[in-house]
Design a protein around this ligand. Structure first.
Ligand SMILES: [Zn+2]
Length: 311
């Protein structure tokens, strides 16, 4: 099978994260005033009337989620079908993530590092090479098996991970939050594994991005013409969308202190842009230039710490 002609096709081609359960309350504030905002392909995007978090109207828990991610192969569907083809990009993404953590937390080269959602272990490998003792948690059986040879990898979730409480000095959670059926529960379990003073670095989409209102309007007015863009923006694997203005509330609710939230350029423009048509490429790069000027981005990088003294 040929690789997808456009990353957006890859996103549709890999299918959508399972549904089945109906969202009745907000994952952040518990509010039940969930308003229909945009019709997606198989579900609705809702907005919490109380705190502004965006959610899909259906989601799944447990086995269906593990089965789905065990079957989905390429990274976000954007790297084509061949794993070998994507290897270089995945290594570059991992180096970038390790650098971002050093930029936020300092260049420490020892201690215990945990990655929640470690996929096939590229970041674990990078952190191990930088001197860290590494462990990972990964819900996909295929990815966890591939990562298995690097450090201790638990196939499952932080909720059922067998690691010792309070044992990790640094935790990375890149592009995981939006995929979680219950972000607060998973974060609580993650915080239990962190040592006092330990850092959590996470990346996720930022629903406060300056173009979100404009795009939402376009998706409503011209749903057919904007379908591709909508698929990419509210791609079918996400269950929830936080923003720079409400992620602090989530992290503080699990006992963390937020130290920094900064804009992060999306992976698409840094690693996948060559796969888009020339017109889309130009549009994406133009958008990124504007974001740089305005210090705004569709994604954000967050540093939060567990109270206490690091050793
Ligand atoms: Zn809410």
């Amino acid at each position: 099978m040929a690789s997808p002609p456009d990353p957006a096709d890859g996103i549709v081609g890999r299918g959508f994260a399972p549904g089945g359960l109906q969202r009745v309350a907000c994952v952040l504030c518990g509010g039940t005033d969930l308003r229909r905002t945009v019709r997606l392909r198989e579900r609705w995007l809702l907005t919490c009337g109380e705190c502004g978090v965006r959610l899909t109207d259906t989601y799944a828990e447990g086995a269906p989620v593990a089965d789905y991610y065990s079957d989905v192969q390429a990274h976000h569907g954007k790297l084509g079908d061949s794993l070998a083809q994507s290897e270089g990009a995945l290594r570059a993404i991992a180096r970038d993530q390790a650098d971002e953590m050093e930029g936020l937390c300092g260049p420490r080269r020892f201690g215990r590092f945990l990655e929640v959602g470690c996929s096939r272990g590229h970041l674990l490998q990078e952190m191990a090479a930088r001197g860290w003792d590494v462990s990972g948690i990964e819900v996909s059986r295929t990815s966890a098996a591939a990562a298995g040879s690097i450090g201790g990898v638990h196939c499952g979730t932080p909720e059922d991970a067998p690691f010792t409480a309070g044992s990790f000095d640094r935790v990375g959670m890149f592009d995981v939050l939006a995929h979680l059926p219950d972000p607060r529960r998973t974060l609580e379990a993650t915080v239990r594994l962190m040592a006092p003073g330990a850092s959590l670095v996470l990346s996720t989409v930022n629903e406060d991005w300056r173009l979100v209102p404009l795009f939402l309007r376009a998706f409503k007015v011209a749903p057919e013409r904007t379908a591709h863009l909508r698929d990419e923006m509210y791609e079918g694997q996400h269950y929830c969308y936080f923003s720079a203005s409400n992620i602090g509330r989530l992290l503080e609710s699990v006992g963390l202190t937020v130290h920094e939230i900064r804009p992060l350029e999306p992976l698409s423009t840094r690693f996948f842009v060559h796969q888009y048509s020339p017109r889309r490429r130009l549009m994406l790069l133009g958008m990124v230039q504007m974001d740089r000027l305005l210090r705004s981005s569709r994604k954000m990088l967050v540093l939060a710490k567990k109270p206490g003294r690091a050793f």
